[in-house]
Design a protein around this ligand. Sequence first.
Ligand SMILES: Cc1ncc(COP(=O)(O)O)c(C=O)c1O
Length: 410
Amino acid sequence: MTREEACSRDAADPLARFAEAFALPDGVIYLDGNSLGPPPLAAQARLAEAARSEWGEGLIRSWNSAGWIDAPLRVGGKIARLVGAKPQEVAVADSTSVNLFKLAAGALSLRPGRTTILSETGNFPTDLYTLQGLAALLGERAQLKAVAPEEVVDAIDEDTAVVVLTHIHYKSARRWDMAADTAAAQAKGALMLWDLCHSVGAVAVDLNGVGADLGVGCSYKYLNGGPGAPAFLFVAQRHQGAIRSPLTGWMGHAQPFAFEDGYRPAADIRAQITGTPPILALAALEAGVDLQLEADPARVEAKGRALSDLFIAQVEAHCTDPALKLASPRDAARRGLHVSFAHPQGYAIVQALIARGVIGDFRAPDIARFGFSPLFLSFAQVWDAAAELCEVIGSGAWDNPQFRARAAVT
Ligand SMILES: Cc1ncc(COP(=O)(O)O)c(C=O)c1O
């Protein structure tokens, strides 16, 4: 594709208007919305207003008068629309790691007698670490079995309580078949728990359409909720009431303000909320979710695929270094909305690109990763980013000590 053709795609893009809704610095092509989405202008305004008026003037009265106490379910209900769930099936709470712990433990409570939590090797580390911690805590009652992705389906058996998979892989962007894999788990009597961190706001997800049992996801990536924004969790209606959270905080009590000594779980999704919700973070997140809800999800996914296809095609056509290899599925239907290239100098290449205003990230040991958030990226920007990548590699501009120094966050 020529740059002129990329500009023509932008002129015909029904999502192009959304770019104006974000605060992004001039001269930056932001290919890291799959890691930390940029701030929506509305989120910045909402944060300032919540701090000034709701916190500053309303003070503690705002728990009632500004609807703070309802925020986890209100925002959860909005996220539900993005993942094919009913509003009463989703709540915003804690982090993805904590929600995974709660729901995996909850799954064991729903499948007494079964001890295996099944996942894939190479899953996002927090998923494996959290499940390892849960298994260590429960001793004989639970074990984590992590097998290669191609072995997962065959490994589901009569002892499997829950299968925990990340719908879109954080490194490769490889995508599981949600419907088929949920059915495979349930055919053996296991529950299916999906990690939707790289899916929500990026690709169409239909949790109830596939009959999923449980789900978690973060909101600081494609939902643009802000750094460390609270995560969400999904519990299918049929499991609410029966599923038990191991973190029985007061906000999950049937009547938090009765201040009883004994824990009585709420009968609904509120039982999965642990403690006091982070109100300012929820305010920013709600603005991000509201913006996302204005866009047609099918168009969002289609544009994301087209942007990633364009990037792959341009890089492969113009970058002749044989060491650079596509590390994501070539077929867009089998990918999420990020693209990874492996290169032995991946870290330095990404740093050199960042110095030129093209921001992607690096995942050890050798992955240069680029995200294609459809709401704020244009085809022309993606065309330019591919040209910069090829230039950085072709010219050897990455080969500079300043680009080799590893920072704490890559
Ligand atoms: C698949 C997946 N799960 C979980 C997380 C992060 O979890 P937390 O928000 O608890 O740090 C990430 C972060 O990138 C992720 O990619």
